[in-house]
Design a protein around this ligand. Structure first.
Ligand SMILES: Cc1cc2nc3c(=O)[nH]c(=O)nc-3n(C[C@H](O)[C@H](O)[C@H](O)COP(=O)(O)OP(=O)(O)OC[C@H]3O[C@@H](n4cnc5c(N)ncnc54)[C@H](O)[C@@H]3O)c2cc1C
Length: 346
């Protein structure tokens, strides 16, 4: 019987790619298969705001060329969706019915944009920003000098707001509890950070002061493409409306796997799930944290990459605990703007 182990990684983001690199280093003879829904190879999401600066060639966002995967003997399965994981028989099923056996499985399936339930009926009128194609679509919908309405205002949205202002667009933020997510900002601290956003050129409307959002509709002919109405009857017109309410782990395919889940896949500090052959890393997992006495999410490029590396080391025999590597505090710069460590990458 072959002793060559088959490591399967679900996800080709920061966590999955770092894990593949480390697995190849620590288990040179193994088979490594990486599966992703994406049609593009690993690309830099953090750089997507560049699309608004006119960068439309997806090849300029790609981190590793095809040759990298070939040279490192990593089988990259693109445009492929995992629909089910059977942890007892160590088999995962792909949407097109193929089954793959794994000796170790790393779930690094990340997260998608979260949309609060009360806004879900307006989804067709909202522009997403999760993928390269989304970024191009919204950039095309926003005219020169046009007006973008950002809902929620997590750090991904605020990063985009900086680019939009810099490229001559107007930005209105409809602020609420998700503003600055995942930073934890106390009610006492909030006014100074909101003032910083205004200094940066963002118009801030507190959703609660207007009773919340009542409706989002297409604008009338000849007017802006979107009209947002608040519960108090006041209105806001813009060319695009984009939701930024943080993220929700992508793990539907794990629901029948027998592995424990809260909001994310629950893992011990060494990133192992409740199944000994299945690990998780990146935005999809919640790590047991002794200090907090609960399972916590850790976000940001540096944390996610470190998780991918740690999971791979532990899959190949180590037994090391997770130590966060990212500064999670929101900062104010000397000229009074906000600066988030989540905007730093590489
Ligand atoms: C536009 C954008 C900008 C961002 N900017 C920032 C930022 O500035 N700062 C910050 O801290 N964070 C930012 N984030 C969040 C950041 O992307 C994540 O923290 C990080 O990339 C997570 O990496 P990951 O490897 O866990 O997952 P991801 O990079 O999300 O990768 C998930 C992978 O899993 C695959 N996958 C999911 N489900 C399946 C399935 N069923 N079958 C097969 N494959 C599957 C996907 O195709 C993808 O390849 C941004 C996110 C977006 C969308």
């Amino acid at each position: 019987m072959s002793t060559v182990r088959h490591h399967v990684i679900i996800g080709s983001g920061v966590a999955g790619n770092q894990a593949a690199e480390t697995l190849r280093e620590h288990d040179p003879d193994s088979r490594i298969t990486m599966i992703t829904i994406s049609r593009l190879p690993f690309f830099n999401r953090y750089d997507l705001p560049r699309v608004f600066r006119g960068e439309r060639d997806w090849r300029r966002f790609i981190i590793y060329p095809a040759a990298y995967y070939r040279d490192n003997r990593i089988t990259l399965r693109r445009a492929t969706r995992v629909v089910n994981v059977d942890s007892a028989s160590q088999i995962l099923k792909l949407e097109h019915k193929e089954s793959i056996h794994f000796d170790s499985l790393l779930v690094a399936s990340g997260a998608g944009a979260y949309l609060p339930e009360e806004l879900s009926e307006f989804r067709p009128l909202l522009h997403g920003f999760g993928a390269f194609r989304d970024a191009v679509t919204v950039a095309d919908a926003l005219p020169k000098g046009g007006h973008a309405i950002l809902l929620g205002g997590d750090t991904i949205g605020l990063d985009l707001a900086r680019t939009l202002l810099d490229t001559g667009h107007r930005v209105t933020l409809v602020a609420g509890p998700y503003t600055f997510w995942p930073h934890e900002v106390t009610p006492e601290e909030r006014p100074q950070y909101i003032a910083a956003l205004q200094r940066m050129g963002i118009v801030v409307v507190e959703a609660q002061s207007r009773g919340g959002i009542a409706a989002i509709e297409p604008g009338a002919k000849g007017l802006s493409a979107r009209k947002l109405t608040f519960e108090d009857g006041s209105e806001l017109a813009g060319d695009v409306v984009m939701p930024f309410f943080g993220i929700a782990p992508s793990l539907d395919f794990m629901l029948g796997s027998g592995v424990d889940i809260e909001r994310g896949l629950l893992v011990t500090p060494n990133l192992r799930t409740t199944n000994e052959n299945i690990y998780a890393a990146g935005d999809v997992c919640q790590i047991w944290t002794d200090k907090a006495r609960r399972y916590c999410f850790y976000h940001g490029w540096k944390n996610v990459r470190a998780m991918g590396e740690l999971a791979a080391r532990n899959i190949t025999g180590a037994n090391e605990p997770w130590v966060p590597t990212q500064d999670e505090a929101l900062h104010l710069t000397a000229d009074g703007k906000i600066q988030s460590p989540f905007w730093e990458y590489q």
